[in-house]
Write a protein that binds this ligand. Structure first.
Ligand SMILES: Cc1cc2nc3c(=O)[nH]c(=O)nc-3n(C[C@H](O)[C@H](O)[C@H](O)COP(=O)(O)OP(=O)(O)OC[C@H]3O[C@@H](n4cnc5c(N)ncnc54)[C@H](O)[C@@H]3O)c2cc1C
Length: 418
C-alpha cells in the first residue's frame, strides 16, 4: 500500500505537470478556473466527478504545487466552503447538476442568508417567511451580517415555511437568485474599514420550488450540515484559495490571472497558523525582542498550541474515536489561537500597533488582524454557542430549560413577536 508521502509525491507530480501544460498568467481568471474545474482540481476534497475525493493533506499538496509553480488556486468563498458540501449532502441530483458547475469554475458567487437582527445564536428563531405560490416561493424578511452579499449571484437561504410548527420544524432551505427586484443588499462598514458584510432586505423575492435543498420544513437539518462544515472550516484555518473573487459581480473573472499571483502570501486575518507564527517570530527578531523572556515564552506557548492543534487533527484523521463535537472544538481552538496571536502582536508592535495602512510595520496586516480578531469568535456561532453544543450534544448535559422546542412558532415571544 502506498504511504502518505508517496501519495503526496504522486499528486504533486501530477499537478506540476498539469500546471506546466495548462497555466499561463495571461489567461483570464475565468479561463484558468474552468481548466482547474475540468481536471477536478478546483476543489479536490469534493467527491468525483466534482473533485478528487482527496483528504486534506492531498488537497494541501495540490495547493502547494499550484503556488510553487506560480499559479493561482481555485475559487473560494461561501459557494465552495458551504454551498457545495451542503448541496452534495442534501440536494436532489438535478439541482446538484445545475448549481455545482458554477461553484467549481467560480462563475457564480454565493452568500449565506442565515442570521437576522433577532436570530443569531437562536438561529431557529428566524422570522423571514417563505410562502408557496404555485411553482415558486415568495420570501419576505431581513437578513444581516451577510458576508460577500454585495458580490453574490446566489444565496443559501433559510426561511420559515410553517409558523404553526415548533421553531426547528417549520424551516426550509433554499438556493435563492440574488439578482432580482425583491432583493436589496446594503453593505455595512466594519471597524476594519472594510465592508465584508451586508444587510439584505427581502421583499417579495421569488425562489423556484425546484431550488429547495432537502425537504420542505426539513431545513434545520440541512442548515446544521452547513454550520458543521463552517465550524470545521474555520477551525482548520483559512483555505488555500485564490484572492480573486468568484461570481459575475466582483469583476475578477475577466481579469488577468497573473495579477492575482502571490496574493496568498498576505495574512489571513481570521486565523492563526504556521505562516502567522513565522511572521511573528521574524517580527520579534526585527524589533530586537527575540531575546526578551516574556516574548520568548509567548512565542513558545503559541507554537505549542499550534502543534497541539496539528497533532489533534492527525489523531482525528488516524481514526481516533469521534465525539461529534470535533468541528465545535476546532472552531474554539482557532478563536483561542487568534486571541493569543493578537496579544503577541500587541506586545511586539507596542504603540505601532495603532498605526494603519500599507506604510505601517507589517504593511498594516497585523494591525488589521488585531481589529478583526473579535470576529472569529462570533461568526459560525459564538464561542458560548459552541460550548453549549459540546455540553448538550457531546457531554450529554441537560438542555437549557424552556418550552420553545414544542410550542408552535407563531406563539413564541421571539424577535418582533415579543
Ligand atoms: C465577520 C462576521 C461575518 C458574518 N457572516 C455571516 C454570514 O455570511 N451569514 C450569516 O448568516 N451570518 C453571518 N454572521 C453572523 C453570525 O453568525 C452571528 O453574529 C452569530 O451567530 C451571533 O449572533 P448575534 O450577532 O445575533 O448575537 P446574539 O445571538 O445576540 O448573541 C449576543 C451574545 O449573547 C451570547 N449568547 C446568546 N445566546 C446564548 C446562550 N444560549 N448561551 C450563552 N450565551 C449566549 C452570545 O454568545 C453573544 O456573546 C457573521 C458575523 C460576523 C461577526
Amino acid at each position: 500500500m502506498a504511504t502518505s508521502e508517496e501519495n503526496t509525491a504522486t499528486v504533486s507530480a501530477e499537478v506540476d505537470a498539469f500546471v506546466e501544460a495548462n497555466w499561463s498568467p495571461e489567461l483570464t481568471v475565468g479561463e484558468w478556473w474552468a481548466r482547474l474545474a475540468k481536471a477536478g482540481l478546483s476543489h479536490p476534497m469534493l467527491p468525483p466527478p466534482w473533485g478528487r475525493g482527496y483528504p486534506r493533506d492531498l488537497a494541501s499538496a495540490v495547493s502547494a504545487s499550484l503556488g510553487r509553480n506560480g499559479a493561482i488556486g481555485g475559487p473560494g468563498g461561501i459557494g465552495s466552503a458551504l454551498t457545495a458540501p451542503t448541496l452534495l449532502a442534501h440536494g436532489r441530483p438535478d439541482l446538484v447538476d445545475r448549481l455545482m458547475p458554477g461553484i467549481l469554475d467560480g462563475q457564480e458567487g454565493w452568500c449565506q442568508l442565515f442570521s437576522e437582527p433577532g436570530a443569531g445564536s437562536d438561529l431557529a428563531g428566524l422570522q423571514t417567511r417563505a410562502v408557496r405560490d404555485g411553482d415558486e416561493w415568495v420570501v419576505t424578511g431581513q437578513k444581516v451580517w451577510t458576508s460577500t452579499g454585495q458580490h453574490a449571484d446566489w444565496g443559501i437561504l433559510i426561511a420559515r415555511t410553517d409558523p404553526d410548527a415548533p421553531k426547528h420544524a417549520g424551516i426550509t432551505y433554499f438556493a435563492i437568485p440574488m439578482h432580482q427586484p425583491g432583493v436589496d443588499v446594503r453593505p455595512l462598514r466594519e471597524m476594519t474599514g472594510r465592508a465584508l458584510f451586508n444587510e439584505v432586505f427581502l421583499d417579495g423575492a421569488r425562489v423556484p420550488h425546484a431550488n429547495v435543498i432537502g425537504e420542505v420544513n426539513g431545513g434545520w437539518k440541512v442548515a446544521n450540515t452547513t454550520l458543521t462544515v463552517e465550524r470545521t472550516g474555520i477551525g482548520g484555518g483559512g483555505g488555500s484559495f485564490s484572492a480573486a473573487a468568484p461570481g459575475t459581480v466582483a469583476g475578477h473573472l475577466a481579469r488577468r490571472a497573473g495579477d492575482f499571483v502571490g496574493h496568498r502570501a498576505s495574512l489571513d486575518v481570521g486565523s492563526v497558523g504556521r505562516s502567522t507564527f513565522a511572521m511573528l517570530r521574524q517580527l520579534a527578531s526585527e524589533r530586537g525582542l527575540a531575546g526578551e523572556p516574556v516574548v520568548r515564552q509567548e512565542l513558545a506557548l503559541l507554537y505549542t498550541h499550534l502543534e497541539i492543534v496539528r497533532m489533534t487533527g492527525q489523531r482525528a484523521k488516524a481514526g481516533g474515536a469521534r465525539t461529534g463535537g470535533e468541528g465545535n472544538l476546532a472552531k474554539l481552538r482557532m478563536t483561542e489561537l487568534v486571541r493569543q496571536g493578537r496579544h503577541l502582536v500587541g506586545r511586539l508592535l507596542g504603540p505601532d500597533a495603532t498605526l494603519w495602512g500599507t506604510e505601517a510595520p507589517s504593511r498594516g496586516q497585523l494591525q488589521e488582524m488585531i481589529v478583526f480578531s473579535p470576529a472569529p469568535s462570533i461568526y459560525g456561532g459564538t464561542d458560548e454557542v459552541q460550548r453549549n453544543i459540546i455540553g448538550e450534544r457531546v457531554l450529554g448535559l441537560p438542555k437549557e430549560p424552556g418550552s420553545d422546542r414544542d410550542t408552535p412558532f407563531r406563539d413564541l415571544l421571539v424577535g418582533t413577536q415579543r
